[in-house]
Design a protein around this ligand. Sequence first.
Ligand code: NDP
Length: 304
Amino acid sequence: MPKILDGAAIAAQIKQEVAQEVKLLAAQGVRPGLAAVLVGNVAASEIYVRSKVQTCAELGIFSDLITPPDTVTTEEMLDLVAALNARDDIDGILIQLPLPPQVDTKALLDAVSPAKDVDGFHPVNAGRLQAGRPALAPCTPAGVIEILKRSGIAIAGQHAVVVGRSDIVGKPAAMLLLHQNATVTICHSKTRDLPAITRQADILVAAIGRPGFITPDMIKPGATLIDVGINRITAREDFDRYFAGNARREAAFAKRGSTLVGDVHPQAFELAGAYTPVPGGVGPLTIAMLMANTVHAAKMRRGL
Ligand code: NDP
């Protein structure tokens, strides 16, 4: 039986450690603070941001939720970021993506002070990560490493194959795995004979954004499968393709009219040595690592 890597439990453990650090900082008169900028009324973004703000409250981190209207201009957003960069009570700045089309997302992310860039998206932090210097690493890939380490899965010397090369997930995940001494292959949409490469993976990280893309024929039996993908399916035929005969999922699907599937086909998990489920695998780590980054940023900024 493959081992299920319980991301929710690992995230809870990390949050507990963060809360402990927050307490120690409080004794030194420091309260880490996160500014969460949520533009407009994108339902999914609202859910994500509210859960980040709520987690701050649970851990004793100060948070300031700022909600500009979806008519906001790039200039207004740049002014807001400049003000947040200057605020001493703010250690981390989170700009929830996507932004409305009139806002220059790249210009905005580049305007965040690298010291407060808790999402790890700024080119300075990407460069520091590449150079192996202490940096604020992007939360989801940092969470992938935590799952592997805390589950006792060896990384050094293993062949890690990362499918996906986004700046947010694929590339930083590959870099973090390399720093842990894995032998890393990065694949993308132009990769030739992808299954031949993924079948070599001891650790396979799927960050593609396509439901059930990694099928059983693409897996080396016994591999560790890290499924970063989060895809919501609502059509009955899609449900049957991934979950036919799964009574627990069937009940959830009937109740909500949708369910989540990762980038790995559920049948592929059966061949794995260990895998992260969707939901409850990588997802919960993203917020936990955001909290850890906020405390880290608070300490770095004060030279602690
Ligand atoms: P992007 O769309 O930015 O990147 C997708 C990557 O997959 C690209 O590099 C693309 O290659 C590659 N790709 C697409 N099609 C293929 C193919 N046929 N064969 C091989 N590679 C392919 O997505 P993200 O990195 O932002 O996100 C990936 C997934 O992770 C999504 O499902 C997203 O929802 C999820 N996610 C989950 C998070 C979490 O908290 N768990 C956080 C962030 C994302 P190319 O570069 O050539 O186009």
